[in-house]
Ligand binder design. Sequence first.
Ligand code: 25A
Ligand code: L14
Length: 342
Amino acid sequence: MSQSTRKVNVAVAGATGAVGGAMLDVLERRNFPLGELRLLASERSVGKKLKFKGEEIAVQLLSKDAFKGIDIALFSAGGDRSLEFAPAAAAAGAVVVDNSSAFRMDPEIPLVVPEVNPHAIAQYKKRGIIANPNCSTIQMLVALKPIHDKVGIKRIVVSTYQAVSGTGAKAIEELQQQVMDYAAGKPLTNKVYPHQIAFNCLPHIDSFLDNGYTKEEMKMVNETRKMFEDQTIGVTATTVRVPVVYGHSESVNIETKAKITAAEVRELLRNAPGVKLVDEPSKCIYPMAIDCAGKFETLVGRIREDESIANGINLWVVADNILKGAALNAVQIAEVLIREYI
Ligand code: 25A
Ligand code: L14
């Protein structure tokens, strides 16, 4: 175990993006034991200055030579950049925590949510890379892990209501522009999404596959099985884009192996790591996207028994997709690395 006072050199690849910016925010808010902070992005952003703890740091070019002296590299510049540069970062001695989907299903690369399977981090030694899961999967598993440990989950049926920030800064601008144009009585235009997103819902996130599901939906299936270390668990997902800026919401229905009551689930989740129980519907208190923005916890509420089957539970799960869904989870992985491995 390393000394707790040691300072760690961190690079952020994709620092100018929606997730990269949140990474800087999280490093600052959690008082991360930082030595050097190196900001990397594409040519377009080289020389641009970003603020960290009141200081301005200039963005440098993401290249294979950019990782000398770096202990931990946080990647969020899209899957292609991860495939191109993450192995070079690992070869230079950095441990990579990668936000893209590029390495998640690689059997040699651990896929980790610290509240769910922190032990898997140990496997990073083989390739020097740890994958950060998909945002929708992360928050669902934070809520389900204590239930799975207690009674076992047989099957999950999930529908998501996902914020536009997941697509990046350009999508946030597109929603805002459409709302302003609508209010001004102007025609709406779209570039990022295939249809208008303002005042609409699109049952379409990431691209469609031959089985009729989207990639986003199959990430929820495959990543759940990998992190719960259970290839038999049934998962079926419908992922939907909604006109929300920050915060994914999910309607989650589970069938458990043994009976568990709604009251028992509430007790479990009241004490679960990373969870905040928000479940007083008679007072109109339940998880909402507008309340999760900027928060580290996953909010869980509307807990009730599914009366259509013997062992069923319904939950409503909400988290900040840019924080717990991406930047925070990555920084938490880095914190475990420092505490236990490097
Ligand atoms: O499709 P891909 O390639 O797989 O990319 C997926 C996208 O998903 C986001 C991320 O968007 C990425 O672009 N993403 C990644 N992980 C995510 C996660 N876990 C995630 N979303 C949710 N959950 P983003 O906007 O958050 O970040 C983009 C970052 O990537 C950098 N980048 C892009 N190409 C690069 C590169 N860095 C190095 N080399 C490359 N070739 C990008 O830096 C940003 O940091 P940038 O310098 O290119 O962008 C600076 C500013 O310009 C804006 N912008 C982006 N694209 C365009 C643009 N402006 C005009 N035209 C464009 N086409 C960015 O918003 C940024 O503010
Ligand atoms: O991390 O919301 O695999 O458009 C890719 C799609 C993140 C969300 C990932 C979106 C996702 C993103």
